[in-house]
Ligand binder design. Sequence first.
Ligand code: NAP
Length: 282
Amino acid sequence: MTLIDGKALADKMAIALKDKVDALKAKGVTPGLVVVLVGENPASQVYVRNKERRALTAGFKSEIIRLSEETSEKDLLALIDQLNQDSQWHGILVQLPLPAHISEEKVLLAIDPEKDVDGFHPTNMGLLWSGSPVMMPSTPAGIMVMLDEYGVDIAGKTALVIGRSNIVGKPMAQMLLDRHATVTIAHSRTKNLAEVAKQADILVVAIGMGNFVTADFVKPGAVVIDVGMNRDENGKLIGDVKFDEVEPIASLITPVPGGVGPMTITMLMEQTYETAKRTLGK
Ligand code: NAP
């Protein structure tokens, strides 16, 4: 078994990114990432601070726009429109979840697809599914980079993605399909899940249930990617995969923490950089 060290890879990519950003700045373009946070959700506060810190470390211009919980949908949409027009911002992120009185769908639709560095806009989803991705959701994009970094041969392999969310499961399945894996997507209605999972050479788990995937789900020698981020009864961060049981069977496995998580923000930064680079010569 080999551990896929997402933290080490993210650190390595952060150093390379800084150099790429310096070169772009020398050509007159500074990547800009603006993050909009509505309300006081404590987890969201941590996420947006991390994103801003990573952006500044990479040499980007970055700003968090904090709005009160009472902000109206109309005002938020007007702000997004203004950010869409503002050429200093190459990436616009609206931190989810939004307060209940604001439609997430409307807000995500309002972001200019060319600045949608989360890759959640239907235009970007469609481009991904039609095989011409421009902006991709960061979590599955980071997983693809990890698989490549560790030399996983994807073409012709059997892959199972457990979970069908728009931000992880579905785009993950498409990215694996695009690389010629034979892909199945499982979810809460899948029958005999352990049996289905046991066929997979590559098993990606994105459910949100701590320690759900046990040894009897895993084919010996499989590559196991654990997207889950859950708290156990002691508040410790754990994945969806029961690591101690699965680790001896897998050929490669991501730990939690230190696996998929660090690569997610890395890919967000890479995508913002790429977006800024595309404006060169425009
Ligand atoms: P989500 O939107 O809640 O989707 C969960 C998916 O899991 C759904 O498709 C659901 O099926 C499926 N599911 C639930 N219970 C199941 C069961 N017993 N058997 C099979 N499938 C089951 O979650 P998400 O946003 O994709 O996130 C999944 C996990 O990844 C969470 O722990 C989240 O915190 C974590 N995450 C981590 C990162 C990172 O950077 N590391 C990024 C994003 C998410 P149905 O569709 O049938 O309901």
